[in-house]
Design a protein around this ligand. Structure first.
Ligand code: MG
Length: 375
């Protein structure tokens, strides 16, 4: 069984109130279409149907990941182009989906694919539960019986050969693929849909989609604390910046106390222990190592686990050296290593009013906080 997914995104989407078609607009940091494509990435081969004017953009965003097909005058023409492109490629089942439905739950998609084991067509729908009124001139003129009525969603799934034959036999435009299947006499089974599977049509739909995404978003906070003692030397390395000083910092690596605290904060947010777990001090290969290796590893681990580092805040605690003149350079260095925007990286400093070990200038302490959000 080979499944293909046709994602139809050739419309201009002007109702969403922007010069940019809605499928290319950003939804919580990613384009609507990127989210739709991602929702079907594990289902099968994806054929993305785009407006001819959008092919260059499509190639830049999805090149190599999907097959791009140019859309036609109508939705029906667009789907037909994609179906013909899949002919003789060994596809046995095809799902056809609106590019503007980015939040289709995986369970809904899986149910449509399963339903095709038992019939030639299956489509996602939701039973109408609200009462239905007929309204004329702003006044209710009657009620309608809602029994047996469903709201159509996508994906709509088909036996590939059957829907291709239906398209070839019935070329007139249709509202959707279920209508084409109906013209060909194919029985279409209903698969329960989801209220989250909304089609972004109006500007306010973006806010609703962001609320749905926000409810799923995993926000994680981590903290880190580190201390290194002063020793003989003529400089210290803090947050990746070499700062001249009358002493150095004692440590197995370059003793960059600020970067160690930040690295531990990221590991902490991931519940992945600390630097010592990933880079054991007993291992001689890390002696004198630049701490950049540790921070880059933690940032990559966050990415691999599906998180974006949203912001970090590092506080260095010492009487000397003075941090202020170097703070901007330090933040820039942390930004470079983590790949974060400079506006999301904070480095600041405080003294401990001459109290305690930092006040007696026996060493430098650092605390750090990192916020991670799931992508
Ligand atoms: Mg340390």
């Amino acid at each position: 069984m080979t499944v293909a997914v046709i994602i139809v995104a050739a419309g201009r989407g002007i109702r969403a109130g922007s010069a940019l078609p809605k499928q290319w607009q950003s939804l919580a940091g990613k384009s609507v279409l990127a989210r739709t494509v991602a929702a079907f990435a594990d289902v099968g081969r994806i054929v993305l149907v785009l407006h001819p004017d959008d092919m260059v953009r499509g190639l830049a965003e999805f090149g190599g990941k999907v097959t791009l097909v140019a859309g036609g005058e109508t939705r029906t023409d667009s789907v037909r182009n994609a179906l013909e492109a899949l002919d003789n490629t060994g596809v046995s089942k095809v799902l056809i989906h609106d590019g503007a439905r980015p939040l289709t739950p995986p369970a809904v998609v899986a149910a449509v694919v399963r339903a095709l084991d038992h019939g030639p067509a299956a489509a996602v729908g939701l039973a109408v539960t609200d009462a239905l009124w007929r309204v004329a001139d702003g006044t209710v003129s009657g009620t309608e019986d809602r029994s047996g009525l469903y709201r159509a969603q996508t994906p709509q799934g088909f036996d590939f050969a059957s829907i291709l034959a239906a398209y070839r036999a019935h070329p007139a435009p249709a509202a959707d693929d279920v209508e084409i299947a109906g013209r060909a006499g194919l029985p279409v089974a209903i698969v329960p849909g989801s209220e989250d599977n909304l089609k972004i049509t109006w500007a306010e739909d973006f806010a609703r989609a962001e609320r749905i995404l926000g409810a799923e978003m995993d926000v994680r906070l981590g903290n880190g604390f580190d201390v290194h003692a002063f020793c003989e030397g003529d400089h210290v390395v803090l947050c990746g910046v070499r700062v001249p000083h009358s002493r150095g910092l004692l440590g197995h690596s370059d003793a960059d106390v600020g970067m160690h605290a930040l690295t531990d904060a990221i590991y902490g947010a991931l519940a992945e222990g600390d630097i010592g777990r990933h880079f054991p001090p007993s291992d001689p290969q890390w002696k004198g190592a630049a701490s950049e290796i540790f921070l880059a590893h933690a940032a990559a681990l966050a990415r691999d686990k599906g998180y974006t580092i949203s912001n970090v805040d590092v506080t260095l605690i010492c009487e000397h050296p003075k941090i202020g003149p170097h703070a901007v350079e330090m933040a820039a260095e942390l930004s470079r290593i983590t790949g974060m925007a400079p506006t999301r990286v904070s480095v600041k400093a405080t003294t401990s009013e001459r109290l305690g070990f930092t006040g007696r200038e026996e060493g430098i302490a650092a605390i750090a906080t990192a916020t991670l959000v799931s992508k």
